[in-house]
Design a protein around this ligand. Structure first.
Ligand code: HEC
Length: 155
């Protein structure tokens, strides 16, 4: 009789361990979920949100940036096309991945659309070559006219 009394006891202990395990898992789950709600930094959102605005990281993460907010009209086509094809590496005509298209040296060196067209068609170093299939002549012409009109900036 004594031996049969012990069996339910062992059973019960195992059962309690199972309950304890479920409880631990639940608590861990709640903690993880709570951390997720508060944001990965571990700080409450109220603290993180104002700091996010101070971040200086570029918002394009290296991807080509669209010419935000620009609606193509007959007078700004060059600018819109520049935004589409060139701005990712020459942000705003300034130096980025590519060289500045508006500093003093550039202004001195490039005075005609043909000179810029030559660079764009041939590429070179890290600048990709743009074939006519990718960028038709009429569009490139508009882009180069826009580049030449960019006001000088930088050194
Ligand atoms: C993928 C990046 C990239 C894109 C897109 C790009 N460029 Fe460039 N570009 C470069 C790099 C890098 C250089 C510098 C090459 C070098 O070292 O001479 C450069 C150089 C230039 C130069 C010569 C500058 C100089 O001082 O000699 C011109 C002109 C130019 N790009 C125009 C354009 C135009 C116009 C477009 C759009 C049609 C364009 N680029 C798109 C990367 C890019």
């Amino acid at each position: 009789m004594a031996a049969t009394n012990e069996k339910p006891f062992v059973h019960r202990r195992v059962h309690l361990q199972g309950i304890a395990l479920v409880a631990v898992a639940l608590v861990a789950g709640v903690i993880v979920a709570y951390g997720e709600v508060r944001g990965s930094t571990g700080y409450p959102n109220a603290v993180v949100a104002p700091l996010a605005g101070l971040s200086s990281r570029p918002d394009n993460y290296g991807m080509p940036r669209p010419a935000t907010g620009l609606i193509a009209t007959s007078s700004n086509q060059g600018q819109v096309l520049f935004g589409r094809y060139c701005d990712s590496c020459h942000p705003g005509g300034n130096a980025g991945v590519g060289a500045s298209l508006r500093d003093a040296q550039f202004k001195q060196q490039y005075t005609t659309t043909d000179q810029i067209i030559k660079v764009v068609r041939n590429g070179g170093f890290d600048m990709p070559a743009f074939p006519t299939t990718l960028l038709p002549d009429d569009k490139l012409q508009l882009i180069t006219e826009y580049v030449l009109k960019l006001p000088q900036a930088g050194q």
